[in-house]
Design a protein. Structure first.
Length: 331
C-alpha cells in the first residue's frame, strides 16, 4: 500500500493546490514581496519552497519566515484532521471501519510482513490506527508511542529521530518483533526533528534530503526492497505520481520485476494518463523531467475512479467497487 495526499483529502486533508492557497493566503507572506511574487508565478508550492531555500536572492530572515509559514500550514491541516478525528467522521459520510479494514488487509500473512508506505506527513494514520512508525520502538520512544496509541498525538509533539547506530541496533535486535505490518513515512512527519531541524521532506531536492537522514534513507531502501520482488502488486490511494524519486523506484520495479499497479483516485484515468505522458507541472528549474513516466501507465492493471466515500459510504453498504477490490486482493 502507498498513500499520498489524496488519501487524507477524503477526511479534510489538503491537496497540493489547496496547500498552495493556504500558504499564499497567510498574512505573514505580505512582507515577503519576492516570495509572494514567486507564489503568484508558480502554483507548485514545493518548487517555490526549494527555490527560496536554495536562492541567495533572499535574506536568511525571510527564508526562515517562509519555512515557518509552510510548517504552520501543515500543522494547521493536521490540527483540522485531529478535530475531525475527535469529532467523528460523520460529516464526511465515510464508513471509516471499512477504510480501516482495507488498510488492515495489507498486514503480512504466513510469516511475511506487510507494509503501508505513505508520502503524507500528517498524523492521521497514527491517530486512527494507533500504529507507531517503524524504527521508533516503544522501548526507546515510549512517551511518543503512548500518545499515539491513546490518540493524543499532536503536531506540537516533537521527537528526535534515531541515528545510524541506533537503527543498526534496532534492525539486529528488535525489527523481528514489530508485528505483521509496518507503517513507513517516506517523507518524514510533522514533529520529527534531527539536529535541531525539521524532518519534513519538501521541495525539489527530496532524494538528497532523504539520504542525509538515516531513518528516511532506510525507509526508501525498504520501499525499493518491498516493490522489487517478482509478482508484487502495488496498491495506491491518492498519489499523483509527481515525485520523480518515487517514480524512479516504481519504474525500475516495473522493468525488472513486472510490478503491477492498482489505483484509487477520483481523478479521471485519462487525466492521469495525459499527465504521465506530458505534464507541464513537472518543469523544475527550467528543466523538464524526461517523459519516462509515460511507461508507468503500462503497469496500471486496475483503476477505481472514486472517492473513499463512494467505496465506503456512511450507511455501511458493501459496494460493488469494494467487492472488486477484494477480488484483486484475494480477500
Amino acid at each position: 500500500m502507498l498513500t499520498g495526499a489524496g488519501f487524507t483529502a477524503n477526511f479534510g486533508g489538503l491537496l497540493a493546490r489547496e496547500m498552495w492557497a493556504k500558504i499564499f493566503n497567510n498574512p505573514k507572506t505580505y512582507s515577503l514581496v519576492g516570495i509572494k511574487e514567486l507564489l503568484r508565478k508558480n502554483f507548485d508550492f514545493e518548487s517555490v519552497y526549494a527555490s527560496v531555500k536554495n536562492s541567495s536572492s533572499f535574506i536568511d530572515t525571510d527564508k526562515l519566515i517562509f519555512q515557518n509559514i509552510v510548517q504552520e500550514s501543515y500543522a494547521s491541516m493536521d490540527n483540522s484532521l485531529k478535530n475531525y478525528y475527535f469529532g467523528g467522521f460523520g460529516k464526511f459520510n465515510i464508513n471509516i471501519s471499512g477504510v480501516s479494514q482495507l488498510l488492515g488487509s495489507f498486514a503480512g500473512q504466513r510469516g511475511e510482513r506487510g507494509a503501508h508506505f505513505t508520502l503524507n506527513q500528517d498524523l492521521f494514520i497514527e491517530r486512527q490506527t494507533g500504529v507507531i512508525p517503524l524504527g521508533l520502538p516503544m522501548y526507546q520512544y515510549r512517551e511518543y508511542g503512548d500518545r499515539i496509541q491513546q490518540g493524543q498525538i499532536d503536531s506540537t509533539d516533537l521527537v528526535n529521530l534515531p541515528d545510524e547506530d541506533f537503527l543498526n541496533n534496532f534492525k539486529d535486535k528488535h525489527q523481528s518483533s514489530v508485528g505483521d505490518s509496518c507503517f513507513i513515512k517516506l517523507h518524514g512527519s510533522i514533529g520529527w526533528v534531527s539536529d535541531g531541524g525539521s524532518q519534513m521532506i519538501l521541495g525539489t531536492n527530496k532524494l538528497e534530503d532523504i539520504n542525509k537522514e538515516p531513518l528516511l534513507k532506510w525507509y526508501f531502501e525498504l520501499f525499493k526492497e518491498a516493490i522489487s520482488r517478482p509478482g508484487v502488486r502495488l496498491f495506491i490511494i491518492g498519489y499523483g505520481f509527481r515525485d520523480q524519486h518515487v517514480n524512479d523506484i516504481i519504474l525500475k520495479a516495473m522493468n525488472e520485476n513486472n510490478l503491477k499497479i492498482y489505483i484509487i483516485s477520483p481523478e479521471d484515468p485519462s487525466v492521469l494518463k495525459t499527465r504521465l505522458l506530458k505534464d507541464p507541472c513537472l518543469v523544475i528549474d527550467s528543466q523538464t523531467i524526461p517523459p519516462i513516466n509515460e511507461k508507468i501507465w503500462d503497469a496500471v492493471n486496475g483503476y477505481f475512479p472514486y472517492t473513499l466515500k463512494d467505496i465506503f459510504p456512511g450507511d455501511q453498504t458493501v459496494t460493488g467497487t469494494y467487492l472488486d477490490i477484494k477480488k484483486i486482493l484475494n480477500l
